[in-house]
Structures are given as structure tokens and as C-alpha cells.
Design a protein around this ligand. Sequence first.
Ligand SMILES: [Zn+2]
Length: 67
Amino acid sequence: MPIYEFRCRQCKKVFEVLFFSISEKREVLCPDCSSDQVEKLMSVFGGTFGGASSSECSSCSSTSCST
Ligand SMILES: [Zn+2]
């Protein structure tokens, strides 16, 4: 199941939403302020996606980070 990352334009919170299918369309609300002014950032799939060559470090978001 795909997980999409969203950012709220109101409070800038970044949060992930799990969809049950790639084609699923539903309204996404900010979990903090309940605003619907959210933008999709990127899609993240569970497990490795397309090999491990471009996985980003979870702490610094760098693709060249060795940790
Ligand atoms: Zn918000």
C-alpha cells in the first residue's frame, strides 16, 4: 500500500497518509489543524523501492550520508 507524505500549508506540519490503493482519491486533512490546504510531497513505499542506491538518511535526508 502506498504511503504519501503531505505538508500542511497552514501549520507546516509534515505527515504521512496511508492509501489503500495507488488510484485512491480522498480528501486529506491535517491531523493538527484539520486544514485541507495540504500539498503532496512525495510517495514513500514500504520496504525498499527500486534498490537501495538512492535511499535517503532518515536523520539528515542526505543520499550520501553513511548512517
Ligand atoms: Zn495543519
